[in-house]
Structure formats: structure tokens, C-alpha cells
Design a protein around this ligand. Sequence first.
Ligand code: PEP
Length: 249
Amino acid sequence: AKTRQRLVIGNWKMNGSLAANEVLLKGIRDGVENTGAHNHCIIAVCPSFPYLAQVSQVLAGSSVSWGAQDVSWQESGAFTGEVSASMLNDFNCAWALVGHSERRALHGETSEQVALKAQAALAHNITPVVCVGETLQDREQEKTLAVIQAQLAPVLALGEQAVNKMVIAYEPVWAIGTGLTASPEQAQEVHAYIRAQLNAIGAGNVQVLYGGSVKAANAASLFAMADIDGALVGGAALVAEEFLNIATA
Ligand code: PEP
């Protein structure tokens, strides 16, 4: 049996409003208490930055934690539009996604920058959730593991101590928001590879999440895999009942 604690994180992406968040957050918060989902896994949500104050108020004292979708690698200063880890700390963020494929693809983030972001989060006691994943073209060209290795390399170079405080999320780009989920076996193959990379630096017990069109109907078969420790959930995290059903799967 796996000893690593299961973790289910909702990535709301650029969705929500004060009114819609209120309903969703209360649905998740109350649903978690009613179902006892927090006894099975750690549950977290990642809203857009302006809503962190709202989320921290609605979820205060609950067993649901929260995080940000990105973080700057700088401490402070002339970085217009960026948000620092110490600012996230002001809102009690427990988590920060770093290197989401949408950031890599649409904002040109490099794996070196992603590693710096992970380091900045750790410096403020925020757990970075480092996202990696191949495109469809990478997979068709049988470059999946090479791409994952290259994306992980600067992160693993931060060393055992740092990496042991992180979470890794494997998110095949072709499965994100497409309704195409990697089969449990396809996902496990990459998770086992990531686990081996982690093991090689003494960080074999780091949680490795799967992301990419996870829903209640496919979560249990993914979670049954030896090296899948939970999920990073996009679309399905915007519906309280569906998100809770993933957490209890
Ligand atoms: C994500 O954006 O991290 C994600 C996995 O999205 P979806 O679940 O919608 O595919």
C-alpha cells in the first residue's frame, strides 16, 4: 500500500467571480466536512490571485487549503504584474502551482524559471506543485520521457532537501482540457519514471499527482496506480460535487 498521503488540488485557472466562488467554496467546504473527504486526502483549491482573500476567509478553519496558480521568483521590486511568495504568505497560501503547461506554452516559461519559482515558494514555506508534461507531438515522436527529464532537471538540481518539500504534477498537455485522459497505464509509466528520477536524488517519497481531464468517473482507476498520489484537476474542480467525488474516489 502507498504510504504517501493522497492530494487533490483544484486549479480554477482564469475562472470565477466573487459570487460564483462563494457558492463553490461553501459547497466544497461543507461537502468535505459532510463526506469526511479530508480523512482520505488533502484537498486544496487554487483561485486567481484577486480572490485569495475571499478564499482564505471562506475556508478559514476548514480542512480545505488553498494556493496560487503561479508565483514570481523575485522577492520584490520592479516586476509589474508579478506576485511574490511573501505576498502569497500574507494570504496563508499553502501551495503554488509552478510551470503549468499554459504558463510554459502561452507565457514562455522555461524549466529554469520554473525551478526558480519553486525555490522562491519554498523560501516562504509554500509547497510548490511543479507541473511537467509532454505535448502530443512529443508523445508521437516518442520523446515523452526525454521531455519530462529535461523539464525536471533544473528542479532536481535544487537538491534532495528542496525537492523533498515539493509536489510534482504530471500533466500530459494533450490531456489538459481536452476530455482525453491518459489511461491509468500510460500515466503510471510516466509516474514510475518520475519516481525513479526522484529516487535517484533521495526524494522517492515526494507526491506525484496526475492531471489532465480527471473527473469522478476516471479518478479511482488512476489513483489505484502504484505511483499516482492524487490529482491536479482543472475543469472538474469548478463543480463542487464533481470535485468532492474525485477527492473521495
Ligand atoms: C489543469 O489545468 O491542470 C488540468 C488538469 O485541467 P483539466 O482537468 O481541465 O484537464
